[in-house]
Ligand binder design. Structure first.
Ligand code: SAM
Length: 279
């Protein structure tokens, strides 16, 4: 069992390594949590699981038991070598030594069996949680279910963002996904022990209630609207219209206060603006 203190201790000793803090290496050492993640990942024996940051294989071990194919993407060559060694007899696991943020993910996904549902799981490296989620959510990848573990504060801000925290990532999540808390994870369930507790979230693609024809343009507009939070929406719209008057007219035509700032707009109003700009 790889999600145990004993395995992590012994394996690091065997390969004469220590956890690399700069890469966010906090290994999961509670099997109940690995079980919960897999139980909630909608996985069957026809599924493909993509794991970001397999580390010493706590989740990988469960994935290969459950899915048809597992692709694990790991930045640390030491971890890749351990996994290749420890899982050398496993035929349904592919280990890719890459930085997930730099990986051509479209290319990887295109090569997979189109008849198999794809699930993404990860005990996310905490230093790039938002960047990984942004890459997953801002691209139209054919992934229906994402189950990820992250620091408690970050998870709470995704589940219940305050106006101050609301960002393009939140807009896209609200537009395209359902978010659900799966479980809390104590900091004692990791080795080495991090400063704070974590949470596991399930992020499921949903049928959006608003029709958008050009999602990439929509994302660009949302990013522009959030660029200068202190400025009024009129100012943030100038990238897309010819004058302030035109921006004012646009907002008036959809009954949005011309003096408002981005934090005063909900998803519906943001979509209304984007639609006026042709998405
Ligand atoms: N999955 C293991 C577990 O649950 O015990 C390890 C999780 S640990 C929190 C995060 C893992 O992500 C580490 O193995 C780390 O080396 C890896 N990692 C960090 N940055 C990465 C990146 N940019 N791309 C892929 N993997 C990365």
């Amino acid at each position: 069992m790889r999600s145990s203190k004993k395995y992590v201790d012994e394996t690091l000793k065997k390969y004469q390594l220590t956890a690399n803090k700069a890469l966010g290496q906090n290994f999961l050492v509670n099997q109940k949590i690995t079980d919960k993640i897999i139980e909630n990942a909608n996985v069957n024996n026809n599924s493909i699981i993509i794991e970001i940051g397999p580390g010493l294989g706590a989740l990988t071990e469960k994935c290969i038991e459950t899915a048809k194919q597992v692709i694990a993407i790991e930045i640390d060559n030491n971890m890749c070598n351990i996994l290749k060694d420890e899982f050398k007899d496993v035929s349904n696991l592919e280990i890719i030594h890459e930085d997930f943020l730099k990986l051509d993910f479209d290319n990887l996904l295109n090569a997979l069996d189109k008849n198999s549902p794809i699930t993404l799981i990860s005990n996310l490296p905490y230093y790039i949680t938002s960047q990984i989620l942004t890459k997953l959510v801002f691209n139209d990848y054919p992934i229906n279910t994402i189950v990820v573990m992250m620091q408690k504060e970050v998870a709470n801000k995704l589940l219940n963002p305050s106006l101050k925290d609301y960002s393009p990532l939140h807009v896209l999540l609200e537009y395209k996904y359902n978010l659900k808390l799966i479980t809390h994870v104590s900091k004692n369930d990791y080795l080495p022990r991090p400063e704070i507790d974590s949470m596991v979230l399930k992020i499921d693609k949903k049928q959006p209630i608003y029709q958008i024809t050009d999602e990439q343009k929509f994302i660009q507009i949302v990013k522009s609207l959030f660029k200068n939070r202190r400025k009024t929406i009129v100012n943030n719209l100038l990238e897309y219209v010819n004058s302030k008057d035109e921006a004012i007219e646009l907002l008036k035509s959809i009954n949005i206060d011309v003096d408002c700032r981005i934090e005063q707009l909900n998803l519906e109003k943001i979509i209304k603006i984007a639609k006026k700009l042709g998405v």
